[in-house]
Design a protein around this ligand. Sequence first.
Ligand SMILES: NC(=O)c1ccc[n+]([C@@H]2O[C@H](COP(=O)([O-])OP(=O)(O)OC[C@H]3O[C@@H](n4cnc5c(N)ncnc54)[C@H](OP(=O)(O)O)[C@@H]3O)[C@@H](O)[C@H]2O)c1
Length: 379
Amino acid sequence: MDKDVPSPLRPHCLCVAVPHHTTEPNAMAARAEEEGAASAAASGRVAVCVTGAGGYVASWLVKLLLARGYAVHGTARDLSDEKTAHLKRLPNASEGGLRLFRADLLDYDAMAAAIAGCKGVFHVATPVPSGNLTDPEREMLGPAVTGTKNVLEAASSAKVRRVVVVSSMVTVEINPKDWPKDKIKDESCWSDKEFCRNNEDWYSVAKITSEEVALEYGRQIGLDVVTVNPALVLGPLLQPMCSTSCQFLIYFLKGGPDRMRDKLWHIVDVRDVADALLLLYENPAASGRHICAPHSISARDLLRLLKQMYPGYPCINEESSDDIDNPAPMTSDKLRKLGWSCRPLEETIAGTVEFCEQAGFLGDLQGAPCRFPPVYNKI
Ligand SMILES: NC(=O)c1ccc[n+]([C@@H]2O[C@H](COP(=O)([O-])OP(=O)(O)OC[C@H]3O[C@@H](n4cnc5c(N)ncnc54)[C@H](OP(=O)(O)O)[C@@H]3O)[C@@H](O)[C@H]2O)c1
């Protein structure tokens, strides 16, 4: 696609930089394609790319892909052991199973080199902020939106079979226009982007815009793009750092000074999200969006469940959540009809807490106060 030709995609770009292609990195991508195809062919495996491979969701996906016999090209901004050792230790990672590529989402050429030689792409990488943003354009919107465009353009150049883009429930459930409050939300429901923008909810603005861009780009150029919209993701971690979504649960158990709303939360297990991503890649019947939000529970009911399961923790108190009028939940029926199933919520919570205890994330109950990640008071 010629970057100089105006495209209907441009209005979604939020004034972010257009990727710059040069001859040399294209040669780099071609070389990587030859090497990638050769190494995947030598091992008899189909190569697929996972962006942001070291992250919470992506690490479980890489584990699943390797177990199912795929060769994985994983991208990471930082290839240090701290960020990637857990990937290198995965079963089947050695002997050509896993190749890691240093790539920032804003670096088209680096992304193209990672995607070259792949039959499929799982675009998982997006900043998931655990604190307040000081420069939303640089920290959130640019990487999410331009990053998605870069990945799709590179996937198109590499002629991949399908791109699976990880979107979010935040693109479905936030104040949708013309959607009755008591009507179950399905894939035809879109969050109100202007409402999110006015609320300075930059994570949701970025996710809505990048999902729109992904689906529109796919339609325009005939690239097979499907999206998945996971709920709040919980479950054990493979990487040593705590994810923003697990900090959500930790706050419920440790308690702290922040207030929250008695919101109806949708929750999904990270291992079930990985299953959904692979299913959407492999199942030819998948198309468009797919809500992946099987469990719904209000903040207070979640607190009651946690107190019952883990009476030893101080926990937040019920008065620290404000009443709100919750609309009807979302349905994951479209995904279930493709053959997806999931764990019970209690198993997910037990897996998260057990992991966080072992990793020391739930220790230091008397130390510095735990904080509720501000993003969860916006969405
Ligand atoms: N966790 C949830 O509750 C949840 C719910 C719905 C949807 N999602 C979506 O699921 C995806 C993964 O989220 P997660 O929970 O696994 O978060 P995560 O662990 O923070 O993973 C995010 C990944 O994106 C990478 N990334 C961020 N900015 C980047 C950039 N500029 N260039 C390249 N890579 C970049 C991060 O790399 P670094 O390690 O270098 O920062 C990390 O690998 C995201 O698209 C998120 O929006 C998550």
